[in-house]
Design a protein around this ligand. Structure first.
Ligand code: AMP
Ligand code: FE
Ligand code: FE
Ligand code: ZN
Length: 273
């Protein structure tokens, strides 16, 4: 029987609200047997839930969603099936999260200077020791009633160019490719249609060594799915997919809406042997 996968999921180790166990249980309820928890710049969920997943016959694939920069744009690159004990990945992600945390506190300072009375301790608590980011700051703003929703916090204050926005450090594509390939892993371009000028950028990312394109994602429409399915085939790359669920941190919960047949993601499963 064909098994199905969701290769793009977030937990409280980045900006999702669910625990790794909740994600695993919910995935199983939706008939998914292969799961990759791809927290932003963090692989803590893997260690937390590996044994639990094993006991429930869920194949857990090591994963993370790397915050990369390319040509001035924020590009998210999914990394899969790398050696989780690779010291360079561990060290690099740890340093990266420290930088993220300093940026988080700096955004809180900006907001406080603008009259928004939110506390750095609360934001740290919401980030729960994971990869602190704008969504945690946004939640603190919602809690205090300054904005009605996370979306409004981004629109008014935290979005690119807005008053409390601070640029984030990013991995270069070359660094991400080297880091993950050296650790035996593979990379996929997350939600390819979310980048400005993606029709130019996506092929360039493949040239730079990215192995796959995430064509199954709630934000990728049918037309672009076909476009990028064909591009991947033409370039000898493969395709991946996932729901990008963040629990209740996003307007809609998407877990279960994307199911990728295992036959499509052979290159990843082979690395798991
Ligand atoms: P950061 O990594 O701290 O820059 O935060 C980026 C994250 O914020 C993304 O990965 C999304 O999960 C989330 N995000 C970005 N824009 C919005 C938005 N308009 N509404 C809600 N969440 C958003
Ligand atoms: Fe996110
Ligand atoms: Fe993303
Ligand atoms: Zn994501």
């Amino acid at each position: 029987m064909t098994r199905f996968a969701d290769l793009h999921l977030h937990t409280y180790h980045s900006d999702g609200t669910r625990s790794p166990r909740e994600v695993t249980d919910l995935a199983r309820e939706h008939g998914l047997d292969i799961v990759a928890i791809s927290d932003h710049d963090n692989i803590a969920a893997y260690f937390e839930v590996k044994r639990y997943a094993d006991e429930r016959s869920v194949t857990l694939i090591p994963a993370t969603e790397l915050s990369c920069g390319y040509d001035g744009a924020d590009i998210h690159i999914l990394a899969y099936a790398f050696n989780t004990f690779d010291e360079r990945i561990d060290e690099r992600l740890r340093r990266f999260r420290e930088v993220r945390q300093r940026r988080g506190y700096a955004m809180v300072e900006k907001l406080r200077a603008l009259g928004y009375d939110i506390s750095p301790e609360r934001v740290e608590h919401l980030a729960a020791g994971g990869a602190m980011g704008r969504p945690h700051v946004a939640r603190a703003l919602v809690e205090r009633g300054y904005v009605a929703s996370i979306g409004e916090a981004f629109d008014k204050l935290l979005g690119s160019g807005k008053p409390a926005y601070i640029e984030k450090a990013r991995f270069s594509i070359d660094e991400a490719v080297a880091l993950v390939h050296d650790a035996g892993g593979l990379l996929s371009i997350a939600h390819p249609t979310l980048y400005p000028d993606h029709e130019r950028i996506v092929p360039e990312l493949l040239d730079a060594g990215i192995d796959a394109i995430e064509i199954f994602h709630p934000d990728v429409d049918e037309e672009n799915r076909e476009r990028y399915r064909n591009l991947a085939r033409f370039r000898g790359k493969f395709v991946t997919g996932g729901s990008d669920d963040h629990g209740s941190a996003k307007e809609v919960e998407t877990l279960g809406t994307v199911r990728v047949a295992e036959t499509l993601i052979g290159p990843i499963l082979e690395r798991m042997q």
